[in-house]
Design a binder for this molecule. Structure first.
Ligand code: GLU
Length: 485
């Protein structure tokens, strides 16, 4: 009988979660949901110098924001907790002591300088640099002498000769020669555990069956398997590994701040929808076997299998993500759109949030829904409706002050003043017949001047709808003011 699947996402939040972390989390979650298994969320915060409470809370918040729910982990608890490694330190100490007792591990007293000197020699001799086993078989007298010198030892795992092989679900058969996997540190001199110890102990104790994670951790796998052996875990209880290929930037370099925004917080601030990010990341390196560009979270859960993950690196394409975000924005109802838009408008201080302002925003949203790819574009687009001291942007000024523009504005004023019906259709009809048909102007020239005069910018929502929303009085007074410039 096959075991119930348990997948874990185990970030070390040393900053905001980034695109690569989130793709891993998404695949972990989708695999758990697809198989009817358990999704476990664990925070790997043993490196207390780099992981802060703020980052931990942000990681939890980001997962929630994206719609990824977990069955075991922070906030929800579970029978294998605690789920913060900093709260499990005695567990790691217990296992390290046991490994020493079993002679699987030993104290190493080499100083950082001595270790560096060894590496230097190895490099000079063209050997792979790594720990040389210096303290493997110290006598009790040698240990006493090191202690007498005031040296605090680290705990090192003894790597036996030979190698480690395992079957990676994405990469196939993997083999590591232990010549290149030297004895490694489990516990620092101050008693704190290292990642390799904590991750391996937790995956076993928390009964994780599948480790889907980024390929940067591939080389740590033989060390983790060594910990399982020392724990006495039966082979059939080892988790199965699947290492996801890197997410590369557009320039084919590993995704980093330099070649694309990587922090999920950045996307949130820019106004990307969580479902757009999930949709895009899900199809980055995985496909259900067709060339679809859209996938819902429900479909992802139904269709996700590890076998369909591509083993070559995926390329992050911002334009594609923007296009997907634009599609998802267009699919929102006006009320949903309003809920998303309001925080962007208040944060940018375009509105304070009064009922009148909200009502006007709601009327304005349909005319920009087709035009934006992210919510952060909204404040600049709707500012003209709310601004107290209206001014035309400097670079557009020449386009309303030349004599041609003045003629356009004068005529517009004359045509618009008598209009009783201030609907966009009536405004358009009046301006088209006068400016285009009678004056013979090109629409771009004619409407461009009116647009700048009324909205202050060359970039704004559709002109006639904008003027309708702005109202007759404000529209005419802005045109008059532009004429006076
Ligand atoms: N905590 C590790 C990291 O964020 C990942 C652990 C794992 O997935 O094995 O790099």
């Amino acid at each position: 009988m096959s075991k119930k699947v348990k997948v874990r996402f185990a970030p070390s939040p040393t900053g905001d979660l980034h695109v690569g972390n989130i793709r891993t989390a998404l695949f972990d979650w989708a695999y758990a949901r697809h198989t009817g298994g358990t999704f476990l969320f664990r925070i790997e915060d043993t490196d207390t110098t780099r992981v802060t409470d703020e980052y931990i809370n942000a990681a939890i918040d980001t997962l929630k924001w994206l719609g990824l729910d977990w069955d075991e982990g922070p906030e929800v608890g579970g029978e294998n907790g605690p789920y913060l490694q900093s709260k499990r330190l005695d567990i790691y100490s217990h296992w390290a002591a046991k490994f020493i007792e079993q002679k699987d591990a030993y104290f190493c007293y080499c100083s950082p300088e001595e270790l560096e000197a060894v590496r230097e020699q190895q490099r000079a001799a063209n050997e792979a640099p790594g720990y040389n086993g210096h303290c493997r078989d110290l006598t009790p007298e040698q240990i006493a002498a090191f202690k007498a010198q005031g040296r605090a030892g680290v705990v090192r795992m003894r790597m036996p000769d030979g190698g480690t092989t395992f079957n990676d679900l994405i990469r196939g058969e993997m083999a590591f020669d232990h010549k290149f996997v030297p004895d490694f540190v489990l516990v620092r001199a101050d008693g704190s555990p290292l990642y390799t110890l904590a991750v391996a102990v937790d995956d076993i104790l928390m009964k994780v069956t599948h480790v889907l994670r980024g390929e940067d951790l591939l080389s740590s796998t033989p060390r983790q398997i060594r910990v399982y052996q020392a724990m006495g875990v039966a082979l059939e209880d080892y988790p199965v590994f699947a290492h996801l290929p890197f997410v590369m930037g557009a320039d084919n370099a590993k995704l980093s701040k330099r070649n694309g925004e990587v922090s999920i917080a950045w996307y949130r601030d820019k106004g990307f929808l969580p479902e757009a990010i999930c949709n895009y990341l899900a199809l980055l390196g995985w496909s259900p076997g067709d060339d679809r560009e859209n996938v819902t979270m429900k479909e992802l859960c139904e269709l996700f299998t590890v076998e369909k993950v591509n083993s070559s690196p995926a390329r992050f394409d911002m334009k594609k993500l923007e296009a997907i975000n634009g599609d998802k924005i267009r699919a929102l109802t006006i009320d949903e759109f309003l809920t998303w838009a309001l925080p962007f408008l208040t944060k940018a201080k375009v509105i304070t949030g009064t009922a009148d302002e909200i009502a006007l925003v709601k009327r304005a949203l349909p005319i920009i829904q087709e035009r934006i790819v992210m919510f952060s574009e909204i404040p600049a687009m709707l500012n003209f409706l709310f601004v107290k001291e209206f001014a035309i942007e400097a670079e557009s000024l020449p386009k309303v002050t030349d004599s041609g523009a003045k003629d356009v504005l004068k005529r517009s004023l004359k045509e618009l003043e008598p209009l009783d019906d201030w609907s966009h259709a009536a405004i358009e009809a009046a301006l088209r017949s006068s400016l285009i048909e009678e004056m013979g102007l090109k629409p771009r020239i004619a409407f461009g001047a009116v647009r700048i005069a009324t909205t202050g910018s060359t970039i704004s929502p559709p002109l006639f709808e904008s003027m309708e929303l702005l109202g007759k009085e404000a529209s005419l007074s802005r045109i008059s003011a532009a004429l006076a410039l």
